[in-house]
Design a protein around this ligand. Sequence first.
Ligand SMILES: *Cc1c(COP(=O)(O)O)cnc(C)c1O
Length: 406
Amino acid sequence: MIKLNSHYQKLQSGYLFVEIARRVAAHIERGAGRELIKLGIGDVTRPLSPAIIQAFHDGVNEQAEAKTFHGYGPEQGYAFLREAIAEYDFKRRGCPISADEIFISDGAKCDTGNIQELFAADVRVAVPDPVYPVYVDTNVMAGRSGAWKDGRYSALIYLEGRPENSFAPGPETLGAESADLVYLCFPNNPTGAIASRELLSRWVEWALKNKALLLFDAAYEAFISSEEIPRSIYEIPGADTCAVEFRSFSKTAGFTGTRCAFTVVPKAISIGGASLHSLWNRRHATKTNGVCYPVQKAAAAVYSPQGQRETKESISYYMANARLIRKAMQEAGFQVWGGKHSPYVWIKTGEDSWSTFDTLLQKADVVVTPGSGFGRMGEGFIRISAFNNRDKVEEALERIQKIFSA
Ligand SMILES: *Cc1c(COP(=O)(O)O)cnc(C)c1O
Protein backbone atom coordinates (compact mmCIF):
# COMPACT_ATOMS: atom_id res chain seq x y z
CA MET A 1 0.00 0.00 0.00
CA ILE A 2 1.19 3.46 -0.78
CA LYS A 3 2.47 5.47 2.18
CA LEU A 4 3.24 9.15 2.55
CA ASN A 5 6.41 10.67 3.91
CA SER A 6 5.34 10.83 7.54
CA HIS A 7 7.84 13.58 8.35
CA TYR A 8 5.58 16.06 6.55
CA GLN A 9 3.09 15.63 9.36
CA LYS A 10 5.57 17.24 11.74
CA LEU A 11 5.61 20.51 9.78
CA GLN A 12 4.34 23.43 11.84
CA SER A 13 4.71 26.48 9.67
CA GLY A 14 2.76 27.73 6.81
CA TYR A 15 1.01 28.76 10.00
CA LEU A 16 2.58 32.24 10.10
CA PHE A 17 1.48 33.70 6.80
CA VAL A 18 -1.80 31.78 6.86
CA GLU A 19 -2.59 33.29 10.25
CA ILE A 20 -1.59 36.78 9.08
CA ALA A 21 -3.87 36.40 6.06
CA ARG A 22 -6.72 35.19 8.28
CA ARG A 23 -6.47 38.17 10.62
CA VAL A 24 -6.13 40.63 7.76
CA ALA A 25 -9.21 39.14 6.03
CA ALA A 26 -11.22 39.37 9.26
CA HIS A 27 -10.14 42.98 9.70
CA ILE A 28 -11.21 43.87 6.17
CA GLU A 29 -14.52 42.10 6.71
CA ARG A 30 -15.18 44.24 9.79
CA GLY A 31 -14.74 47.21 7.47
CA ALA A 32 -11.32 48.79 7.63
CA GLY A 33 -11.79 52.50 7.02
CA ARG A 34 -8.60 53.12 5.11
CA GLU A 35 -6.28 51.50 2.64
CA LEU A 36 -4.31 48.71 4.29
CA ILE A 37 -0.53 49.25 4.10
CA LYS A 38 1.50 46.05 3.99
CA LEU A 39 4.94 46.24 5.56
CA GLY A 40 4.89 42.57 6.40
CA ILE A 41 6.01 40.53 3.46
CA GLY A 42 9.64 40.39 2.33
CA ASP A 43 9.01 41.18 -1.31
CA VAL A 44 10.41 44.02 -3.40
CA THR A 45 8.10 46.62 -4.95
CA ARG A 46 10.31 48.45 -7.46
CA PRO A 47 10.36 47.24 -11.08
CA LEU A 48 13.41 45.77 -12.84
CA SER A 49 15.77 48.62 -13.77
CA PRO A 50 16.21 49.83 -17.40
CA ALA A 51 19.59 48.09 -17.95
CA ILE A 52 18.15 44.80 -16.72
CA ILE A 53 14.93 45.09 -18.72
CA GLN A 54 16.91 45.91 -21.88
CA ALA A 55 19.04 42.78 -21.49
CA PHE A 56 15.94 40.73 -20.70
CA HIS A 57 14.26 41.98 -23.94
CA ASP A 58 17.43 41.33 -25.94
CA GLY A 59 17.45 37.76 -24.63
CA VAL A 60 13.81 37.28 -25.60
CA ASN A 61 14.50 38.65 -29.10
CA GLU A 62 17.40 36.23 -29.53
CA GLN A 63 14.96 33.39 -28.86
CA ALA A 64 12.85 34.62 -31.81
CA GLU A 65 15.55 34.06 -34.47
CA ALA A 66 16.92 30.73 -35.64
CA LYS A 67 20.45 32.21 -35.75
CA THR A 68 20.46 33.28 -32.10
CA PHE A 69 18.01 30.79 -30.60
CA HIS A 70 19.10 28.96 -27.44
CA GLY A 71 17.81 25.52 -26.51
CA TYR A 72 18.97 23.77 -23.37
CA GLY A 73 21.84 25.66 -21.79
CA PRO A 74 24.46 24.37 -19.39
CA GLU A 75 22.69 23.10 -16.23
CA GLN A 76 25.10 25.08 -14.08
CA GLY A 77 24.34 28.33 -15.88
CA TYR A 78 25.89 30.23 -18.80
CA ALA A 79 29.58 31.11 -18.56
CA PHE A 80 28.82 34.79 -19.25
CA LEU A 81 26.86 34.99 -15.99
CA ARG A 82 29.06 32.74 -13.86
CA GLU A 83 32.16 34.67 -14.97
CA ALA A 84 30.57 38.04 -14.22
CA ILE A 85 29.62 36.82 -10.75
CA ALA A 86 33.06 35.34 -10.04
CA GLU A 87 34.77 38.53 -11.11
CA TYR A 88 32.48 41.09 -9.57
CA ASP A 89 31.21 39.45 -6.38
CA PHE A 90 34.28 37.43 -5.44
CA LYS A 91 37.64 38.11 -7.17
CA ARG A 92 37.28 41.88 -6.75
CA ARG A 93 36.77 41.34 -3.04
CA GLY A 94 39.74 39.00 -2.76
CA CYS A 95 37.67 35.83 -2.43
CA PRO A 96 39.20 32.64 -3.92
CA ILE A 97 36.10 31.68 -5.92
CA SER A 98 36.10 30.81 -9.62
CA ALA A 99 33.28 30.69 -12.18
CA ASP A 100 33.08 26.89 -12.17
CA GLU A 101 32.31 26.91 -8.43
CA ILE A 102 29.15 28.93 -9.07
CA PHE A 103 25.82 27.21 -9.80
CA ILE A 104 23.02 29.35 -11.25
CA SER A 105 19.52 28.44 -10.12
CA ASP A 106 16.02 29.86 -10.00
CA GLY A 107 16.18 30.71 -6.32
CA ALA A 108 18.04 30.76 -3.05
CA LYS A 109 14.92 29.34 -1.46
CA CYS A 110 15.22 26.10 -3.41
CA ASP A 111 19.02 25.96 -3.03
CA THR A 112 18.94 26.51 0.75
CA GLY A 113 16.15 23.95 0.83
CA ASN A 114 17.84 21.38 -1.42
CA ILE A 115 21.39 21.45 -0.07
CA GLN A 116 20.48 19.25 2.90
CA GLU A 117 19.80 16.25 0.65
CA LEU A 118 23.55 15.77 0.15
CA PHE A 119 23.92 14.81 3.79
CA ALA A 120 23.10 11.76 5.85
CA ALA A 121 19.77 11.55 7.67
CA ASP A 122 21.50 11.62 11.05
CA VAL A 123 23.70 14.72 10.70
CA ARG A 124 23.12 17.26 13.47
CA VAL A 125 21.65 20.50 12.17
CA ALA A 126 21.89 23.92 13.83
CA VAL A 127 19.57 26.72 12.76
CA PRO A 128 19.27 30.32 13.86
CA ASP A 129 16.34 31.33 16.07
CA PRO A 130 14.68 33.58 14.84
CA VAL A 131 14.97 31.73 11.53
CA TYR A 132 14.14 31.89 7.81
CA PRO A 133 11.71 28.93 7.96
CA VAL A 134 13.07 27.13 4.86
CA TYR A 135 16.15 25.86 6.75
CA VAL A 136 13.96 24.23 9.39
CA ASP A 137 11.14 22.88 7.26
CA THR A 138 13.33 21.19 4.66
CA ASN A 139 15.17 19.33 7.42
CA VAL A 140 11.82 18.36 8.94
CA MET A 141 10.73 16.93 5.57
CA ALA A 142 13.98 14.97 5.39
CA GLY A 143 13.42 13.47 8.82
CA ARG A 144 16.20 15.25 10.72
CA SER A 145 14.10 17.29 13.12
CA GLY A 146 12.81 14.83 15.69
CA ALA A 147 9.40 15.49 17.22
CA TRP A 148 7.76 18.88 17.70
CA LYS A 149 7.64 19.57 21.43
CA ASP A 150 7.01 22.78 23.37
CA GLY A 151 7.45 24.95 20.30
CA ARG A 152 10.65 23.37 19.05
CA TYR A 153 11.94 20.31 17.21
CA SER A 154 13.74 17.99 19.59
CA ALA A 155 16.64 17.05 17.29
CA LEU A 156 17.48 20.51 15.92
CA ILE A 157 19.96 22.79 17.61
CA TYR A 158 18.77 26.38 17.95
CA LEU A 159 21.28 29.23 17.82
CA GLU A 160 19.50 31.80 19.95
CA GLY A 161 19.62 35.39 18.78
CA ARG A 162 19.05 37.90 21.56
CA PRO A 163 19.61 41.59 22.15
CA GLU A 164 22.67 40.62 24.25
CA ASN A 165 24.40 39.04 21.23
CA SER A 166 22.96 41.59 18.78
CA PHE A 167 21.01 38.68 17.21
CA ALA A 168 24.31 37.37 15.83
CA PRO A 169 25.02 34.15 17.76
CA GLY A 170 28.52 32.72 17.57
CA PRO A 171 29.72 29.12 17.96
CA GLU A 172 29.73 29.48 21.75
CA THR A 173 25.90 29.42 21.50
CA LEU A 174 26.19 25.69 20.73
CA GLY A 175 27.38 24.99 24.26
CA ALA A 176 28.09 21.28 24.57
CA GLU A 177 26.13 20.41 21.42
CA SER A 178 28.04 19.22 18.37
CA ALA A 179 26.56 20.36 15.08
CA ASP A 180 27.52 19.10 11.62
CA LEU A 181 25.58 21.56 9.47
CA VAL A 182 25.15 25.16 10.57
CA TYR A 183 22.82 27.55 8.75
CA LEU A 184 23.81 31.22 9.04
CA CYS A 185 22.02 34.17 7.48
CA PHE A 186 23.68 37.59 7.39
CA PRO A 187 22.42 40.27 6.98
CA ASN A 188 19.70 38.41 8.79
CA ASN A 189 16.11 37.86 7.88
CA PRO A 190 14.15 38.65 10.04
CA THR A 191 16.30 40.58 12.55
CA GLY A 192 18.45 42.63 10.15
CA ALA A 193 21.51 41.66 12.21
CA ILE A 194 24.91 41.67 10.55
CA ALA A 195 27.97 39.49 11.14
CA SER A 196 31.29 41.18 11.81
CA ARG A 197 34.52 39.83 10.35
CA GLU A 198 35.40 38.72 13.86
CA LEU A 199 32.18 36.70 14.27
CA LEU A 200 32.51 35.01 10.87
CA SER A 201 36.16 34.22 11.60
CA ARG A 202 35.09 32.46 14.80
CA TRP A 203 32.50 30.43 12.90
CA VAL A 204 35.03 29.42 10.23
CA GLU A 205 37.60 28.49 12.85
CA TRP A 206 34.97 26.46 14.68
CA ALA A 207 33.85 24.68 11.48
CA LEU A 208 37.42 23.77 10.51
CA LYS A 209 38.17 22.45 13.97
CA ASN A 210 34.94 20.44 14.19
CA LYS A 211 34.83 19.26 10.55
CA ALA A 212 31.44 20.94 10.20
CA LEU A 213 29.93 22.74 7.22
CA LEU A 214 28.59 26.30 7.26
CA LEU A 215 25.63 27.09 5.01
CA PHE A 216 25.87 30.85 4.60
CA ASP A 217 22.82 32.65 3.24
CA ALA A 218 23.92 36.03 1.90
CA ALA A 219 20.65 36.95 0.15
CA TYR A 220 20.88 40.46 1.60
CA GLU A 221 24.60 41.19 1.09
CA ALA A 222 23.83 44.06 -1.31
CA PHE A 223 22.25 45.99 1.56
CA ILE A 224 25.56 46.16 3.45
CA SER A 225 26.72 49.76 3.41
CA SER A 226 30.00 49.48 5.31
CA GLU A 227 33.28 48.17 3.91
CA GLU A 228 34.07 46.79 7.39
CA ILE A 229 31.33 44.17 7.16
CA PRO A 230 32.08 41.09 5.03
CA ARG A 231 29.69 40.56 2.14
CA SER A 232 30.81 37.02 1.57
CA ILE A 233 31.90 34.26 3.94
CA TYR A 234 34.84 33.75 1.54
CA GLU A 235 36.35 37.01 2.74
CA ILE A 236 37.35 34.89 5.75
CA PRO A 237 40.50 32.80 5.10
CA GLY A 238 39.74 29.08 5.15
CA ALA A 239 36.02 29.48 4.44
CA ASP A 240 36.49 27.96 0.99
CA THR A 241 37.09 24.62 2.68
CA CYS A 242 34.12 24.70 5.08
CA ALA A 243 31.34 26.94 3.72
CA VAL A 244 28.71 26.97 0.99
CA GLU A 245 27.27 30.39 0.14
CA PHE A 246 23.81 31.22 -1.20
CA ARG A 247 23.07 34.41 -3.11
CA SER A 248 20.08 35.71 -4.98
CA PHE A 249 19.15 38.46 -7.40
CA SER A 250 15.74 38.62 -5.71
CA LYS A 251 16.34 41.34 -3.14
CA THR A 252 19.55 42.65 -4.75
CA ALA A 253 18.03 43.51 -8.12
CA GLY A 254 14.28 42.97 -7.83
CA PHE A 255 14.19 39.42 -9.26
CA THR A 256 11.60 37.96 -6.84
CA GLY A 257 9.18 37.44 -9.72
CA THR A 258 11.84 36.89 -12.40
CA ARG A 259 13.81 34.17 -10.52
CA CYS A 260 17.59 33.96 -10.58
CA ALA A 261 20.02 33.07 -7.83
CA PHE A 262 23.24 31.16 -7.35
CA THR A 263 25.05 28.90 -4.93
CA VAL A 264 28.80 28.74 -4.45
CA VAL A 265 30.24 25.31 -3.70
CA PRO A 266 34.04 25.57 -3.58
CA LYS A 267 36.04 22.66 -4.98
CA ALA A 268 38.20 22.65 -1.86
CA ILE A 269 35.39 21.29 0.35
CA SER A 270 35.94 17.61 1.00
CA ILE A 271 33.60 15.56 3.15
CA GLY A 272 34.73 12.07 4.07
CA GLY A 273 37.09 12.20 1.08
CA ALA A 274 34.32 13.18 -1.36
CA SER A 275 34.13 16.49 -3.17
CA LEU A 276 31.01 18.43 -2.20
CA HIS A 277 31.32 20.34 -5.49
CA SER A 278 31.06 17.09 -7.48
CA LEU A 279 28.05 15.97 -5.47
CA TRP A 280 26.19 19.27 -5.86
CA ASN A 281 27.08 19.28 -9.55
CA ARG A 282 25.68 15.77 -9.89
CA ARG A 283 22.48 16.71 -8.06
CA HIS A 284 22.07 19.93 -10.03
CA ALA A 285 22.64 18.29 -13.43
CA THR A 286 20.25 15.49 -12.54
CA LYS A 287 17.40 17.60 -11.26
CA THR A 288 17.43 20.81 -13.31
CA ASN A 289 18.02 22.00 -16.84
CA GLY A 290 18.95 25.43 -15.61
CA VAL A 291 17.49 28.89 -15.73
CA CYS A 292 15.71 30.62 -18.63
CA TYR A 293 18.24 32.17 -21.05
CA PRO A 294 16.72 35.71 -21.13
CA VAL A 295 16.63 35.67 -17.32
CA GLN A 296 20.33 34.86 -17.18
CA LYS A 297 20.98 37.70 -19.67
CA ALA A 298 18.99 40.01 -17.41
CA ALA A 299 20.95 38.85 -14.34
CA ALA A 300 24.28 39.43 -16.11
CA ALA A 301 23.18 43.03 -16.79
CA VAL A 302 23.18 43.61 -13.02
CA TYR A 303 26.99 43.63 -13.35
CA SER A 304 27.18 46.20 -16.15
CA PRO A 305 28.13 49.74 -15.06
CA GLN A 306 24.57 50.94 -15.73
CA GLY A 307 23.11 47.88 -13.98
CA GLN A 308 25.31 48.50 -10.95
CA ARG A 309 24.31 52.15 -10.80
CA GLU A 310 20.60 51.40 -11.06
CA THR A 311 20.72 48.51 -8.61
CA LYS A 312 22.51 50.64 -6.03
CA GLU A 313 19.89 53.39 -6.51
CA SER A 314 17.08 50.95 -5.83
CA ILE A 315 18.76 49.64 -2.70
CA SER A 316 19.37 53.20 -1.49
CA TYR A 317 15.67 53.87 -1.96
CA TYR A 318 14.71 50.94 0.27
CA MET A 319 17.39 51.82 2.78
CA ALA A 320 16.01 55.35 3.07
CA ASN A 321 12.69 53.70 3.95
CA ALA A 322 14.48 51.60 6.55
CA ARG A 323 15.98 54.73 8.13
CA LEU A 324 12.53 56.31 8.34
CA ILE A 325 11.13 53.17 9.97
CA ARG A 326 13.96 53.01 12.51
CA LYS A 327 13.57 56.68 13.39
CA ALA A 328 9.78 56.64 13.69
CA MET A 329 9.72 53.50 15.82
CA GLN A 330 12.44 54.85 18.10
CA GLU A 331 10.49 58.08 18.47
CA ALA A 332 7.40 56.03 19.31
CA GLY A 333 9.40 54.64 22.22
CA PHE A 334 10.54 51.26 20.92
CA GLN A 335 13.94 49.62 20.92
CA VAL A 336 14.93 48.77 17.34
CA TRP A 337 17.56 46.61 15.61
CA GLY A 338 18.47 46.09 11.95
CA GLY A 339 17.54 48.45 9.15
CA LYS A 340 21.10 49.72 8.76
CA HIS A 341 22.54 47.04 6.48
CA SER A 342 19.27 45.26 5.83
CA PRO A 343 15.77 46.09 4.60
CA TYR A 344 14.26 44.73 7.82
CA VAL A 345 13.76 46.58 11.07
CA TRP A 346 13.34 44.39 14.14
CA ILE A 347 11.38 45.96 16.94
CA LYS A 348 10.89 45.01 20.57
CA THR A 349 7.20 45.50 21.32
CA GLY A 350 6.95 45.21 25.10
CA GLU A 351 4.14 42.65 24.73
CA ASP A 352 3.62 39.48 22.74
CA SER A 353 4.14 39.73 18.99
CA TRP A 354 0.54 38.99 17.96
CA SER A 355 -0.85 41.66 20.31
CA THR A 356 1.27 44.31 18.63
CA PHE A 357 0.34 42.88 15.24
CA ASP A 358 -3.37 43.22 16.13
CA THR A 359 -2.95 46.77 17.49
CA LEU A 360 -1.19 47.94 14.34
CA LEU A 361 -3.71 46.20 12.13
CA GLN A 362 -6.79 47.48 13.95
CA LYS A 363 -5.69 50.98 14.86
CA ALA A 364 -3.29 51.83 12.02
CA ASP A 365 -4.42 49.52 9.20
CA VAL A 366 -0.79 48.50 8.86
CA VAL A 367 0.37 44.90 8.43
CA VAL A 368 3.70 43.86 9.95
CA THR A 369 5.17 40.42 10.67
CA PRO A 370 4.94 39.01 14.20
CA GLY A 371 8.42 37.95 15.32
CA SER A 372 7.10 34.85 17.06
CA GLY A 373 6.41 33.36 13.61
CA PHE A 374 10.18 33.06 13.11
CA GLY A 375 10.78 31.04 16.25
CA ARG A 376 10.68 31.18 20.01
CA MET A 377 13.31 33.92 20.21
CA GLY A 378 11.15 36.15 18.00
CA GLU A 379 8.39 36.36 20.63
CA GLY A 380 7.99 39.94 21.80
CA PHE A 381 9.26 41.39 18.50
CA ILE A 382 7.82 42.45 15.17
CA ARG A 383 9.54 42.80 11.78
CA ILE A 384 8.81 45.81 9.61
CA SER A 385 9.93 45.59 6.01
CA ALA A 386 11.34 48.57 4.08
CA PHE A 387 10.18 47.09 0.76
CA ASN A 388 7.48 49.54 -0.24
CA ASN A 389 6.91 52.91 -1.85
CA ARG A 390 8.09 55.91 0.12
CA ASP A 391 4.64 57.49 0.40
CA LYS A 392 3.15 54.24 1.76
CA VAL A 393 5.95 53.91 4.32
CA GLU A 394 5.53 57.52 5.41
CA GLU A 395 1.78 57.14 5.71
CA ALA A 396 2.13 53.91 7.71
CA LEU A 397 4.63 55.48 10.08
CA GLU A 398 2.42 58.53 10.64
CA ARG A 399 -0.46 56.27 11.54
CA ILE A 400 1.72 54.23 13.90
CA GLN A 401 3.15 57.32 15.58
CA LYS A 402 -0.38 58.64 16.19
CA ILE A 403 -1.31 55.50 18.13
CA PHE A 404 1.71 55.63 20.36
CA SER A 405 1.68 59.37 21.02
CA ALA A 406 -2.01 59.27 21.98
C1 LIG B 1 14.30 36.34 0.10
C2 LIG B 1 15.28 35.38 0.71
C3 LIG B 1 15.98 34.49 -0.09
C4 LIG B 1 15.86 34.53 -1.60
O1 LIG B 1 15.00 33.63 -2.09
P1 LIG B 1 14.80 33.48 -3.67
O2 LIG B 1 14.27 32.10 -3.78
O3 LIG B 1 16.13 33.62 -4.34
O4 LIG B 1 13.82 34.53 -4.10
C5 LIG B 1 16.90 33.63 0.51
N1 LIG B 1 17.12 33.67 1.83
C6 LIG B 1 16.48 34.53 2.62
C7 LIG B 1 16.81 34.57 4.06
C8 LIG B 1 15.52 35.41 2.09
O5 LIG B 1 14.87 36.24 2.89
